[in-house]
Design a protein. Structure first.
Lengths: 307, 293
């Protein structure tokens, strides 16, 4: 009896001391093991598949083919390089417009006004809307025959456009959809940055006689640099990986001419529509390296600028 | 301030009245601002209203340009979607997958974020944030076959795991910046009063972090609810989530626009209602890290 009384608390105390001493890894490891298992094993497998001719089923016999998949993909000017270009056009174009538009709206919202709350709610709605539903919504609005977009064009005397169904208009239209949905994100980020700024530099510039544009360009914008870069990184990663609205509006292969086939859509199609796992894995590894490279350039430049 | 002025005599035009407080904005700017803001609101809201209006129209009315604004509203589309296409089942699936993946992610993500914040584990944080950077497709093929081997594809377990993969980096990212801004003093005080490190975390820091937890939880729920790609591959006929159900709606020859819009409204409205009531949290979560260097 007495021994139990003395051992039980001491065991509890021992394990408690142990837990407290090792709390760093005790706390961090479940999340890290979870992410590690879900990333490391699959990524290793994808890396392995990219040097095989695996096709049809992953369990079917496949041969190691060395780097021939990489040669095949990197010399593929029919699907791969156009997909790379579309990825860059889509991401770059949407991102630049979102930043400019987002900055304008953030500046409009910066100083307090009546009804501010309602404007902010309105801006938040596109951001939280389900991307697939958003895709369907714009599909109706941009429908060549019954869509509201062409109705508006007919009121002002412009001929109807094919929008999403046109070979050359589909990608710009989808960039517009991306801009509609994600400019609010840029607005909120920049607005958070703006409200954290102190008024003093702006006032000082005002006293020195700087006009509104000069104060923005030479005072506010440089102070916002860190926020702008974080925004570019976060939004850029998501834009590169855009999948939902592209797949929901154009389906497999990015349309009949592959007109909206970005790297993500291409890799998804190779994996799940054609079961061409070898090539798909190669495309994915290259895509991943591309994202890492862009991230590295952005964060490296950030550090270089700071020092 | 005054010491720098003599160095630049050119700009030193004494205008004691003009620079007093902030100058009043000219009237023209005020009008411009109101018009611009109204335009912004219209641009972001109009398509959503259009979607809602179309969901109340019959397909005949949708095809009729003269009935753009004036028409007889009907709930037939909702009836069709909810009762005939089993959308209640999909709502149920989406809700449980989002809720459980959020809860599990909070359980493992919050302590991790705490450790990463307090011990400045930048590299470990980067490992978790990799999950946000990596293209999901590159993990899907291996996941599919690993989970197919475990006979999990088409079940709720694999859906929850894959959605946790989306939620976890988000929660860790938000909570790290939240814990970074909570003061250490209270914890230290609690330890002086006899609490252990873990006790101080559980009894002092965690209760103080409820706004941060709400932010992380709400956003993770929304991202899981909206997720399409993982569910598209990993869900089965009985575990389909709403976005996949909506996508499958259009795989037939002709599109039933009215019902499609009703389905789109059904998936977006719950999220928008949540957004209306938790606006403050959502904004603080989305902009976490925005003001950091």
């Amino acid at each position: 009896m007495t021994t139990m009384v003395t051992t039980k608390p001491s065991m509890w105390k021992n394990s408690s001391t142990w837990a407290n001493r090792h709390r760093k890894w005790l706390f961090a490891s479940p999340a890290m093991i979870f992410v590690g298992l879900l990333i490391a094993v699959p990524l290793g497998w994808t890396l392995y598949l990219s040097v095989t001719d695996s096709e049809g089923s992953v369990r079917a016999a496949s041969n190691l083919v060395g780097f021939s998949n990489y040669v095949e993909v990197l010399t593929d000017t029919d699907r791969f390089w156009p997909a790379v270009m579309r990825t860059f056009v889509f991401t770059g174009g949407a991102l630049v417009i979102e930043l400019i538009l987002g900055m304008c709206i953030a500046l409009l919202l910066w100083r307090p006004f009546r009804g501010e709350k309602w404007v902010r709610v309105a801006i938040l709605l596109p951001l939280v809307a389900t991307p697939v539903a958003v895709g369907m919504m714009w599909r109706l609005i941009f429908d060549p025959n019954i869509g509201f977009a062409n109705q508006v064009l007919s009121w002002i005397g412009i001929p109807a456009q094919p929008w999403l169904s046109g070979q050359y208009t589909a990608l710009p239209t989808l960039m517009f959809v991306d801009i509609w949905q994600w400019t609010p994100m840029v607005v909120l980020m920049l607005l958070a940055g703006l409200t954290s700024l102190s008024d003093e530099p702006d006032e000082a510039a005002r006293i020195d006689g700087a006009n509104a544009w000069q104060r923005f360009w030479f005072v506010t914008l440089p102070l916002l640099r860190a926020t702008v870069i974080v925004t570019i990184v976060l939004r850029g990663i998501d834009a590169l990986k855009t999948f939902d609205i592209l797949y929901a509006t154009k389906g497999k292969g990015g349309g009949s001419f592959h007109e909206v086939e970005t790297l993500n859509i291409y890799a998804f199609g190779l994996s799940f529509d054609y079961n061409d796992y070898g090539i798909a894995s190669t495309v994915l590894i290259l895509f991943f390296l591309l994202i890492i490279a862009i991230m590295w350039v952005l964060t490296y430049r950030r550090k270089a600028n700071r020092s | 301030m005054t010491t720098t002025l003599p160095a630049r005599p050119v700009t030193q035009t004494p205008r004691p009245v003009a620079i007093a407080p902030r100058r009043r904005k000219p009237r023209a700017y005020k009008i411009f601002r109101v018009v611009a803001l109204a335009l912004v609101v219209l641009l972001f809201i109009a398509p959503l209203i259009w979607m809602f209006v179309a969901s109340l129209k019959t397909n005949v009315d949708i095809y009729d340009a003269s009935k753009t604004v004036f028409f007889t509203p009907t709930f037939d589309n909702y009836d069709n979607v909810l009762s005939r296409n089993n959308y209640f089942g999909f709502i149920f699936n989406s809700f449980w997958v989002a809720l459980l993946s959020t809860v599990f992610s909070l359980l493992i993500g919050v302590p991790a974020a705490y450790a990463m914040s307090r011990f400045a584990m930048h590299r470990s944080a980067l490992v978790v944030l990799m999950a946000r950077i990596i293209p999901g497709v590159s993990l899907l093929v291996p996941w599919y076959f690993i989970f197919a081997n475990m006979r999990m594809v088409g079940g709720f377990g694999v859906l929850i795991l894959s959605h946790m993969f989306v939620a976890l980096p988000l929660i860790v990212y938000i909570m790290i910046s939240y814990f970074d801004s909570t003061p250490l003093e209270l914890e230290e005080q609690a330890q002086v009063d006899g609490l252990t490190h873990i006790g101080a975390f559980l009894r002092i820091t965690l209760p103080l972090s409820v706004p941060g937890l709400a932010t992380a939880g709400i956003l993770s729920f929304i991202f899981s609810w909206n997720n399409f790609m993982f569910a598209l591959v990993l869900s089965g006929a009985n575990t389909k989530t709403l976005p996949v159900a909506i996508f499958n709606f259009v795989s037939y020859a002709s599109i039933d626009w009215g019902s499609l819009m009703a389905a789109a409204v059904v998936v977006t409205v719950p999220i928008m209602v949540i957004a209306l009531f938790t606006q403050k949290y959502i904004v603080s979560g989305l902009t976490a890290g925005a003001t950091k260097g």
